[in-house]
Design a protein around this ligand. Structure first.
Ligand code: BG6
Length: 500
């Protein structure tokens, strides 16, 4: 195991007994530790309300790692870096005790005052915690101080602005790492490389050659035990404002002049600034909402959304969104970016399809006189890869075409599973690289766009909810959205990388 140049640091996790820490953070830290990607000089302080001892916490971390990864080599050494502090988020005494512990660990591990505060808990406490971190002296060290914040960052533009103002009292923008875990996914990070490192694609990446772009992120699971949160959020806030719009920005941005955090982020911000903002009429025309009813999935019969725990029987909350985004700039004018995402759909799959325009004069047809457009498919998950759909001659005497696929599956390239998004993001944060975190300007502009849609939806009841059966690809209106423009959703199952 080699130690790397990753600086030593104290990682303080608020919400240490919660689900995110258990499922993602501890296994990711363990991976980084095992791969030698974090310096041995690190300590983790778990902070939560529960009255646990250090030993209970260490056991919890050990079990979390074991359950998530099925392994535990060096686990005792790993958990020896973990400490626990029971805490009341609004009580200064609690923070002072935390400060004493942090200072002590700082000395004993030689952490140079470097601190990462990871807020893996309900957002209503974010502001209180950051206020106290500053007031009670936890940020007063010689090293770096970084704040990692989980979504949701606000509920709409107004609340996001309030939250931002509050945390900016204690942390500057360049100390804030807002997590969008999609930005840690290998193939999401690959979008930029596929686009800008290939002479083949970049000249075609515009409204002269691309007819439309489709981004699908479908889930098989329902809302599970998150009904209370989801009722107020819905798919628009839960998935579109962040993950879906980030993918749009990466697909649409101009090449950055340098690979620096600021340059890349500013190109993404320019995309958000070019987004056509919708009035009510346009929302009706360009966005579709859905809510799942009972149905049959791979797990057998499942309940409808309105029957889920902590969900109103008459809920007006959407569990599915499809929409058409227009980017009003020179490169993209006239090219629809279609997005769709939902819970309890047919498959768990995130894919991007770039559909190219037909060539001006084509004399070569498939057997049934149809033509197949060229597609570039970027497989984000579960499989990772790219597929290029081309036309070739069908063997035989006629000049008949047949679609062929050129495939690249990521795992067949490096022979191993790519690291989890959280692992990469945690490592980036420790190294001080904020490129794959969202800047306030991006958050602000994406809320401004989404607010127009949620304002309209919240003020008008959708009479036809539930409007799609669990286990399907969503309401038929989402198909009509594309049909109006002469397109259709490319079926995700036919695009699978493995089937080619
Ligand atoms: C989260 C949402 O941000 O993303 C969840 O809150 C959703 O509702 C999840 O299930 C999807 O992430 P992934 O990585 O499984 O596609």
């Amino acid at each position: 195991m080699n130690n790397t140049n990753t600086p030593s640091s104290l990682i303080m996790i608020f919400g240490a007994t919660g689900d995110l820490a258990k499922r993602k953070l501890y296994p990711s830290l363990y991976h980084l530790f095992r791969k030698g990607k974090i310096s041995k000089k690190f300590a983790v302080v778990g902070v939560a309300r529960r009255d646990w001892t250090n030993e209970q916490f260490k056991d919890h971390v050990e079990t979390s790692v074991h359950n998530a990864l099925g392994k535990n080599e060096d686990i005792k050494e790993f958990v020896s870096h973990f400490h626990y502090q029971s805490h009341d988020v609004s009580d200064s005494d609690s923070y002072r005790a935390l400060k004493d512990l942090a200072d002590e660990l700082d000395n004993s591990y030689g952490l140079n005052g470097n601190r990462i505060f990871y807020l893996a808990m309900a957002p209503e406490f974010f502001g209180t915690i950051t206020d106290h971190l500053k007031q009670d002296g936890l940020t007063n060290t010689d090293g770096f101080q970084r704040l990692v914040i989980e979504k949701p960052f606000g509920h709409d533009l107004e609340s996001a602005e309030e939250l931002n103002m509050q945390i900016r009292e204690s942390f500057s923008e360049d100390q804030i790492y807002r997590i969008d875990h999609y930005l840690g996914k290998e193939m999401v990070q690959n979008i930029e490389v596929i686009r800008f490192a290939n002479a083949l694609f970049e000249p075609l990446w515009n409204n002269r050659y691309i007819s439309n772009i489709q981004i699908t992120s479908s889930e098989e699971l329902g809302v599970e035990e998150r009904g209370r949160y989801y009722e107020k959020s819905g798919a628009l806030r839960d998935m579109v404002q962040n993950h879906m719009m980030q993918m749009v920005a990466l697909l649409a941005m101009e090449p950055p002049i340098k690979l620096t955090t600021d340059e890349i982020r500013s190109e993404k911000v320019r995309v958000f600034r070019s987004l056509h903002s919708y009035n009510e009429e346009e929302v009706k025309e360009n966005f579709v909402r859905g809510q799942y009813g009972p149905g049959v999935t791979v797990d057998g019969k499942v309940k409808g959304y309105r029957e889920e725990d902590n969900v109103d029987e008459q809920s007006n909350t959407e569990t599915y969104v499809a929409g058409k985004l227009s980017i009003d700039n020179f490169r993209w004018a006239g090219v629809p970016f279609y997005i769709r995402t939902g819970k309890r759909m047919e498959a768990k799959s995130t894919k991007i399809v770039i559909q190219f325009k037909d060539i001006p004069m084509n004399l070569y047809y498939n057997k049934d006189n149809s033509m197949s457009p060229n597609l570039l498919v970027i497989h984000i998950q579960p499989e990772e890869g790219i597929t290029l759909h081309l036309n070739a001659k069908k063997s035989g005497q006629n000049i008949e075409t047949t679609p062929v696929k050129l495939n690249f599956a990521n795992n067949s390239f490096d022979g191993m599973n790519t690291p989890e998004a959280y692992e990469k993001l945690l490592h980036d944060c420790m190294r001080g690289d904020a490129t794959n975190f969202t800047h306030w300007d991006e958050v602000k502009l994406s809320w401004a766009f989404v607010d127009k849609i949620s304002d309209y939806w919240e003020n008008t009841r959708e009479q036809h909810f539930p409007n799609y059966e669990a286990g399907t690809m969503g309401p038929k209106e989402a198909d009509q959205l594309l049909a109006k423009d002469g397109f259709f959703w490319w079926p995700v199952e036919n695009l699978d990388v493995d089937q080619c």
